[in-house]
Ligand binder design. Structure first.
Ligand code: PLP
Length: 461
């Protein structure tokens, strides 16, 4: 494909970036000798960097975000029209796209009822935590205030979101943390903590949550936050049996079930929301990245009517409302873009495509397992897939970070951008991440897995 753009003086842009931009999540020393990567344009599943090199993006904008792909003029058009008409009005007022998107969203989430707008995943989760805490104060005199979170899960970057983070590398050196968050064990059967498998493993991992509740005192635990599929912590879907048991435990102890759909939400796992794969009914659901595929900044904290009611049932109490605001939760571009994003997913049958293409990724990775002993486990749901790399299949010793990064680098040389999970548990940043846009074709999927095949051959020989 020909390069679709020309950048005036690319060197000046690179040097401005090198001199003044502080990039996310990266050690900057290497940029003293290596140019930072600057992505200039995208179309469909492909992006071009400032040097004119074309890449297939197998990570949807680096962080599982651009679900409907790049260059969607119809989203840009509705955002432009909305901004010209009304860009922003915050506080207690609503907007036309805010009302329309909330209605469309709730239509996809049976049992849910109210949409609270914010702008990032971390912020949406903070809203959920504040709701759980305020309910604890209103109904239980503040005692039932603890919130459980799971080892390896991640819920955002603010201090309270990190306080609910099960990833040691993200948390180190940022304490002291917000009190009242308590960790429960992960549910990764490949790295089993109990000598069981399948459904029995899933139920046992859920029972471990109950053990923590009983240890802490059920009258002190008000909520639990969980990713439907753990993302950066290792691409971990729970085994059968897990979610039903988690829901039973929450109901038994009157604990609010909060599902963090920041990555899984809006189609990524082949259903509108990840939790819908498991037939459960949460009380609070948060979402961000794929909600508008990165065409505008928007996140949502969605609740049941029962949760919402607790903030309005006593209008004489001056504290009985959600005393919270998000300034840019009032930006009308977000829901306008989100509504169009949802229409595209529906009109183009992208949930069906996600299931079909996700199955193809898993089949291709399984085929690679026969050839490359370094692949220890393959897992995923929809177009959210991972391959865990090990130095030894028998001992499951994780492949060292240098070689995992070398595999990512070799794919990059071939023009395919893949990801690797972070150091959630020291030494376990060893899972390759594949999460292309939901528009991926069979040919795209094969190109991505072919690149991994070649990269593994190069790095492991
Ligand atoms: N929750 C999950 C599961 C995430 O993966 C992330 C970010 O990667 C967040 C929350 C935080 O979202 P944000 O970076 O928009 O604050």
């Amino acid at each position: 494909m020909t390069v679709p753009f020309q950048v005036n003086d690319p060197r000046a842009v690179i040097e401005a970036d090198r001199a003044h931009v502080w990039h996310h999540l990266v050690q900057h020393k290497p940029f003293e000798t290596v140019d930072p990567r600057i992505i200039v344009e995208g179309k469909g599943l492909r992006v071009w960097d400032i040097t004119g090199k074309e890449h297939i993006d197998a990570v949807s904008g680096g962080v599982w975000t651009v679900n409907v792909g790049y260059g969607r003029e119809r989203i840009a058009d509705v955002v432009r029209d909305q901004l010209v008409k009304l860009n922003f009005f915050a506080g207690a007022s609503g907007s036309i796209p805010g009302a329309r998107f909330a209605e469309a969203l709730i239509d996809k989430m049976p049992g849910m009822s109210r949409v609270y707008y914010a702008n990032s995943g971390s912020e949406a989760n903070e809203k959920g935590y504040k709701m759980i805490r305020q309910i604890a104060h209103k109904r239980y005199g503040g005692k039932k205030h603890k919130i459980l979170f799971r080892e390896r899960d991640y819920h955002g970057t603010t201090i309270s979101a990190l306080s609910s983070g099960g990833q040691q590398e993200r948390n180190a050196q940022y304490g002291p943390f917000t009190p009242g968050f308590v960790e429960v064990p992960h549910c990764l059967e490949y790295r089993a903590q109990w000598d069981l498998s399948g459904e029995a493993y899933g139920e046992r991992a859920a029972d471990a949550i109950e053990e923590v509740i009983l240890r802490e005192g059920a009258d002190t635990v008000g909520g639990i936050v969980l990713e439907p599929v753990t993302a950066g912590g290792g691409v971990i879907p729970a085994p059968e049996g897990y979610w039903q048991r988690v829901q039973e435990i929450c109901r038994k102890y009157d604990i609010l079930l909060m599902i963090d759909e920041v990555v899984c939400g809006v189609g990524r796992t082949g259903t509108w929301f990840g939790y819908q794969n498991y037939g459960i009914q949460p009380d609070i659901v948060t979402m961000a990245k794929g909600v508008a595929s990165g065409y505008a900044a928007i996140s949502c904290c969605v609740t049941t009517e029962a949760v919402f009611d607790m903030f309005k049932d006593d209008a004489d109490d001056p504290l009985n409302y959600f005393r919270d605001i998000s300034t840019f939760g009032g930006c009308a571009a977000g829901p306008a873009a989100a509504l169009e994003n949802m229409a595209i997913i529906e009109e183009e049958g992208l949930l069906e495509n996600t299931n079909a293409m996700g199955a193809r990724v898993i089949d291709n990775l399984h085929a690679l397992m026969d050839k490359h002993a370094v692949i220890g486990d393959v897992r995923g749901k929809g177009l959210f897939c991972g391959a865990e790399l090990v130095a030894d299949r028998a001992t499951k010793e994780p492949l060292d970070e240098k070689r995992v990064q070398a595999v990512v680098g070799e794919c990059m040389k071939q023009g395919v951008i893949i990801g690797a999970t972070n150091r959630s548990v020291p030494g376990y940043n060893n899972t390759l991440c594949l999460s292309p846009a939901l528009i991926a074709t069979p040919d795209d999927i094969d190109q991505i897995t072919d690149a991994i095949d070649k990269a593994l051959t190069t790095v492991m020989s």
